[in-house]
Design a protein around this ligand. Structure first.
Ligand code: BGC
Length: 430
């Protein structure tokens, strides 16, 4: 049966985090933000101090790749400034820890946060963000080119631009500013084009450099077949969040700036009388259940759309694909395991159908700071007890399931327990 064969030997099985969500001790536009549950990102998972322990955990998970953020605000104190040596050394050390245990890093350069001097100059509405970002990337690539070959410039530019200027969810919390949304996307697309060329030119250390964005994919539809107005709104949403964004980043000559396409896939949003039927829109789980809609704590799940989407991207762009994020937020671990299994089967089917997918990064390594929702969403392969100052990590059953997948390259449950043995702690910081 399609979907039961082994994944390729060189497939990257990874997990992902972002700096603001796990590191703690960041100074960016999120520092003073208080989330719906009263939480803030000031300490988060304290990955900033505990990355060596977290790398140990990654070896226990059996992953061979880690998609990680590098926080721009730590490294540049002003536009065009030299990189901060101490902070850079810390990231270098983390990369060396990963290397010592055979884990390939994918570095994300922008994940929903900016240095304060970018924010105070108007953020990505100001075209001067473009040369500033390209300068930062040029310096960072030159510093890390021997350690990193996989670069992800922007994480979900569509999510970032819509939550900052359309939906009011992210700082600076503006609503319905369509012109600003488009401007931010255009500036980020230009920054990606220029940074992508720099990466391809300068990052030739060990392996051929690879660069791409991570596109969030939500498919929009009408819940009721004959609700024309909902179909209309779905078509507009699809245009604004998917087509427009992909055209800006990958249309025409811009395509040459990317060597891969990253795909973040969580599910879909169906509209009913202009209302998206998803938990993040305040629709109760009971109501969604009554309507027969399967959700995690955030979105409707739609595994069947996953293989279709991958085939479509393959046809449209012909670029290799990394699944840069997929995961589910729930305290029901059986649900999360079923969700993961269903999506991996779809992934396998797409690959069997000829789609060149090179890796899968589970979101997330740790329960973490989920932006507006604080610590209430449980995405981790490792759970984190935020009520305990020591922030203890614990393997979840989803983590165990994923370890079996990573170590056997199949979805079989007969996999050996234990995964790879924990590494010797070669990367303890002195
Ligand atoms: C983002 C992550 C976020 C995850 C779950 C993605 O859109 O890149 O930062 O935590 O979804 O909501």
């Amino acid at each position: 049966m399609a979907g039961d064969s082994k994944f390729p030997e060189n497939f990257l099985w990874g997990t992902a985090t972002s700096a603001t969500q796990v590191e703690g001790h960041v100074v960016n536009e999120w520092t003073d933000y208080v989330a719906a549950d009263g939480g803030n990102c000031r300490v988060a998972c304290d990955h900033y101090h505990r990355y060596a322990e977290d790398v140990d955990w990654m070896t226990r998970l059996g992953v061979n790749a880690y998609r990680m953020g590098i926080e721009w605000s730590r490294l540049q104190a002003a536009p065009f400034a030299p990189l901060n040596r101490t902070e850079l050394d810390r990231y270098v050390h983390l990369l060396d820890c990963l290397k010592a245990v055979g884990i390939t890093p994918m570095v994300v350069l922008h994940h929903f946060s900016n240095p304060p001097w970018i924010t105070s100059a108007g953020g990505w509405l100001n075209p001067s963000a473009v040369p500033a970002f390209v300068d930062y990337v040029t310096k960072l690539v030159s510093a890390l080119k021997d350690r990193v070959y996989l670069w992800n410039t922007f994480n979900e530019p569509d999510t970032y631009a819509s939550l900052t200027y359309l939906l009011g969810g992210f700082p600076p919390f503006h609503k319905w500013r369509f012109a600003s949304y488009r401007k931010v996307i255009r500036h980020m697309a230009e920054a990606h084009a220029q940074a992508g060329r720099v990466i391809q030119r300068d990052s030739g250390g060990v392996k051929t450099p690879e660069v791409g964005i991570a596109k969030n994919w939500t498919s929009f539809g009408a819940f009721q077949t004959f609700a024309l107005w909902d179909h209309f709104l779905a078509a507009i949403s699809h245009h604004a969040f998917n087509r427009f964004v992909l055209n800006e980043f990958l249309g025409g000559r811009r395509r040459d700036a990317s060597t891969f396409l990253g795909v973040n896939y969580y599910g879909r949003a169906r509209l009913n009388h202009f209302q998206a039927l998803v938990p993040t829109n305040g629709v109760s789980t009971e109501r969604l259940k009554q309507l027969g809609i399967t959700c995690d704590d955030m979105f409707e799940r739609h595994p069947a759309g996953f293989a279709r989407l991958l085939k479509r991207f393959h046809r449209s762009y012909g670029l290799p694909i990394y699944i840069t994020e997929h995961g589910a937020a729930s305290t029901d671990e059986d649900f999360r395991i079923r969700d993961l299994m269903a999506h991996l089967h779809e992934l396998r089917a797409a690959m069997d159908g000829g789609v060149d997918v090179r890796g899968f990064f589970y979101w997330s390594l740790l329960d973490n700071f989920e932006w507006q929702f604080g610590y209430s969403k449980k995405f981790g392969l490792l759970s984190v007890d935020f009520s305990d100052d020591k922030l203890p990590r614990k393997m979840t059953r989803v983590g165990e399931f994923y370890r079996n997948v990573c170590t056997t390259r199949t979805m079989d449950q007969g996999a050996p327990p234990g995964g790879r043995p924990p590494s010797p702690s070669v990367c303890r910081r002195v």
